[in-house]
Design a protein around this ligand. Structure first.
Ligand SMILES: [Mg+2]
Length: 207
């Protein structure tokens, strides 16, 4: 078994950061839920909303990345994989720079710094080093990487990853998402989990 894991919104949460950023920019009021999708949809309704949303993304994936948080349960999952001798890799669709970032921050370097600070490169615990993290410029490149690493399973918050025609049929699709509409299993043949506790249960309970 080799497990591939997506990065943005699968390992790292920007919900709190997006909420604060959207309020500071006067794009939403304080009543809005601290949820990426809800805030994104509200901003996109505004005049120039798509640009405003891209500016927020440029800030949170770049100069403000250090304030993003670890999603509960993912660290324990990775350490459990290490204990059981299961290899893991992080594979992310992430461009090097953001269109609307005037600071020209290297988004990939910020992500690696964040992982390091959060303890993910403590080899003894997670088995991971920076060499196990792959950033790809397109979704198709990401899927090619997942295949070439020999992943048997891939965990991602975005259904689009699994619906890409080139996604290999023999890699198990695991969607980490609590807001799925309709029947993901029927559409993709994959499984949906709402949190890392459930993913951990799926892989390790009874083994
Ligand atoms: Mg993601």
């Amino acid at each position: 078994m080799i497990i591939g894991v997506d990065f943005d919104n699968t390992i790292v949460s920007y919900d709190e950061l997006i909420y604060r950023e959207a309020i500071e920019r006067g794009l939403v009021d304080g009543e809005v839920l601290k949820n990426k999708k809800i805030i994104r949809d509200a901003i996109r309704e505004l005049p120039d909303g798509e640009i405003e949303w891209q500016k927020i993304q440029a800030a949170i994936y770049g100069p403000k990345m250090d304030r993003a948080t670890v999603i509960e349960g993912v660290f324990d999952f990775l350490t459990l994989c290490k204990d059981r001798g299961i290899r893991t890799h992080i594979v992310s669709h992430k461009t090097q720079f953001a269109n609307y970032d005037t600071t020209e921050t290297d988004l990939r370097k910020e992500a690696l710094k964040w992982l390091d600070r959060a303890g993910f490169f403590d080899m003894g615990l997670t088995g991971l080093s920076a060499g196990d993290v792959y950033f790809e410029s397109t979704r198709v490149d990401k899927i090619n990487r997942i295949r070439s690493l020999g992943c048997t399973h891939f965990i991602d918050d975005l259904e689009e990853t699994f619906r890409e025609p080139s996604f290999p049929a023999d890699i198990e699709k695991i969607l980490f998402n609590s807001h799925v509409s309709g029947d993901f299993a029927a559409r993709t043949g994959g499984k949906v989990f709402v949190d890392w506790k459930d993913i951990r249960g799926y892989f390790f309970d009874g083994s």
